[in-house]
Design a binder for this molecule. Structure first.
Ligand code: MF3
Ligand code: CO
Ligand code: CO
Length: 250
């Protein structure tokens, strides 16, 4: 069941989305060579709490930290750690989800450490472009699968693959609501968009194959099966009368 947001809820979604975006801007200067992913986690946690919000990942189905930090071949759900030191050439995704006044804002972006290889930089840039292609497809009365279709059309020409096991999601007063948002074309997303729908668009793009594996030791960390690089960008969006509004922007 897809829950449409009313005017009062949309105002709260805007506030939550804005705060999530602010966390990413706040953390950016700290994302450097020699920094640990745990330090990034601690700083984000403190910022979110001081802003009167709750870091949604913490204790979510047992997730142990406040943000996700996914480095290089980690696709998503990387767990910040004091033993993980960022090094020159790394790329990482930081995924922030906050709960503010009962509503969720969810956004992520890539960061580059020092001198990053051309292929890593291109993968990140093109993944961001792919997310925007998906967002630009959004308008009332189209089928949701147009989002995945637009992403697929743009990204596959580079020889990259789209992760199939994870997708975007409806979002509101819960972290993950209906619908599931596929980032590739499938009639499973033959759902008509209506003003008031809120969902994330968060393509995970691999340089190699689409297959992923989940760590047996921590139960969370998802990596590419072939150990190729992976990138991801995420925004929370609202379907409006004429198109869409990105909620996770400053
Ligand atoms: N923020 C992620 C998403 O975009 C979900 C993280 S769940 C966690 O849906 F438990 F790993 F934090
Ligand atoms: Co999300
Ligand atoms: Co997220």
């Amino acid at each position: 069941m897809i829950r449409l947001k009313n005017r009062a809820e949309i105002i709260k979604m805007r506030s939550a989305g804005k705060l999530a975006a602010e966390v990413l801007d706040y953390i950016a200067p700290f994302v450097n060579e020699g920094e640990t992913t745990e330090r990034i986690n601690a700083l984000c946690h403190e910022f979110i709490i001081k802003s009167g919000a709750i870091p949604a990942p913490l204790n979510y189905h047992g997730y142990p930290k406040s943000v996700c930090t996914s480095v290089n071949e980690v696709v998503c759900h990387g767990i910040p750690s004091s033993s993980q030191v960022l090094k020159d050439g790394d790329i990482l995704n930081i995924d922030i989800t906050v709960i503010l006044d009962g509503y969720f804002g969810d956004t992520s972006r890539m960061f580059m450490i020092g001198n990053v290889s051309d292929n890593a930089r291109l993968l990140s840039e093109r993944t961001e472009n792919a997310m925007y292609r998906g967002i630009e497809a959004v308008k009332p009365n189209i089928y949701l699968y147009e989002v995945g279709k637009a992403i697929e059309k743009y990204i596959t020409k580079f020889g990259y693959s789209i992760v199939r096991e994870y997708g975007g999601h409806g979002i509101g007063s819960e972290f993950h609501e209906d619908p599931h948002v596929y980032h590739f074309y499938t009639t499973l997303n033959k759902i008509r968009l209506k003003p008031g729908m809120c969902f994330t668009i968060e393509p995970m793009i691999n340089e190699g194959g689409y297959e992923v594996i989940t760590s047996k030791s921590d139960g969370w960390t998802v990596t590419t099966k072939d150990r190729s690089l992976s990138a991801q960008f995420e925004h929370t969006i609202l379907v409006t009368e004429h198109g869409s509004e990105i909620l996770t922007k400053i």
